[in-house]
Design a protein around this ligand. Structure first.
Ligand code: BDR
Ligand code: CA
Length: 310
């Protein structure tokens, strides 16, 4: 199996945690580092939660502290969804592991420019760290092989009617990243909500695993099941699965623009799906937009990865 060298950018968060637990068990990934950004919870919580996850994963992966705030506006968190600690207030003990001293943006630039093999990015969070890295070192666009993001909505949002949280928190950063030349794949809310639901039967199988990463993933998923009173579709976990196994999804390339000004639509990803776009006015397709995810393959992938068959 060929392994991808990846950097994972996150705002850990319940669903980031599940995604990281999967990513850190996958034999298809060589995780060079995990970079943290303020998002679901303030940056201190994000760094702590990420270290908790790495510890439960028994992984030797460095964790880097990045930007605490979006580029232009104050941070808006999602504690209402992730709990006041960002991990559902379940009570995971503080980690023994410690973060690196290098700033996340420096790590992304240094690794992207100097690593001897291609580097892929997986982002599960507001795009502040990635945008700053691109501003700092524009040649990164030519060096990063791919960027797979949990970002945006096609027909609707969650933070507002049209804006998804990761884009809505820092639309200016998202705009910089979406305009970059890095080959991009976007896993938006629409296919996630439709195809990546995880129900009690899958959760029970994960809970039966004895490894600490199964116990942690099981506890987070069980918490979601009870909190939302039904099956859960953790967005970042679906994005991680597609990043690792692109064949579980279908996608099509469209022009995607980030709305930074709209009175009701700031933070919206405008996906131009017109059949005839008109040559003079339309932007060029710039993002592979995931349209479907194979639900049973997704479930099998999550189970095999966490329970050790991959
Ligand atoms: C995204 O926003 C965050 O709340 C989640 O962690 C996920 O990355 C979903 O909109
Ligand atoms: Ca996230």
């Amino acid at each position: 199996m060929t392994t991808k060298n990846v950097i994972i950018d996150c705002d850990t968060g319940v669903d980031d945690a599940i995604a990281l637990l999967i990513g850190l068990q996958s034999k298809a990934l060589n995780v060079l580092g995990i970079t943290c950004v303020g998002g679901n919870v303030p940056l201190d919580n994000v760094v702590r939660n990420t270290l908790v996850v790495v510890e439960h994963s028994r992984a030797h992966v460095p964790v880097f502290r990045g930007c605490a705030q979006p580029l232009l506006v104050p941070l808006q968190t999602a504690k209402y969804a992730h709990g006041s600690d960002g991990l559902g207030d379940i009570g995971f003990p503080d980690p023994q592991l410690t973060e690196q001293t290098e700033h996340a943006v420096d790590f992304i630039v240094r690794t992207g420019m100097d690593f001897p093999e291609p580097v892929d990015l997986i982002t599960l969070a507001p795009l502040t760290n990635i945008a700053l890295a691109l501003v700092r070192e524009p040649r990164l666009q030519e060096k990063i092989r791919s960027l797979t993001m949990m970002a945006g909505g096609i027909g609707f949002g969650n933070s507002t009617a049209f804006a998804e949280f990761n884009v809505w928190v820092d639309p200016e950063a998202a705009d910089i990243v979406f305009r970059s030349h890095i080959p991009k794949t976007m896993i938006a809310l629409d296919p996630i909500n439709q195809y990546s639901k995880i129900d009690a039967s899958v959760i029970e199988r994960i809970e039966r695993g004895s490894a600490p990463w199964c116990k942690m993933a099981g506890a987070l998923l069980r918490h979601g099941l009870e909190r939302w009173k039904g099956p859960v579709s953790p967005p970042d976990a679906a994005a991680m699965a597609v990043a690792i196994e692109p064949s579980t999804a279908t996608s099509k390339e469209y022009p995607v623009m980030v709305e930074t000004r709209g009175q009701y639509t700031r933070g919206m990803t405008v996906v131009d799906r017109r059949r005839w776009r008109g040559e003079s006015t339309a932007a060029q397709p710039n993002v592979h937009v995931v349209e479907t995810i194979d639900t049973s393959r997704y479930h099998q992938f999550v189970l095999d990865t966490l329970l050790g068959a991959h």
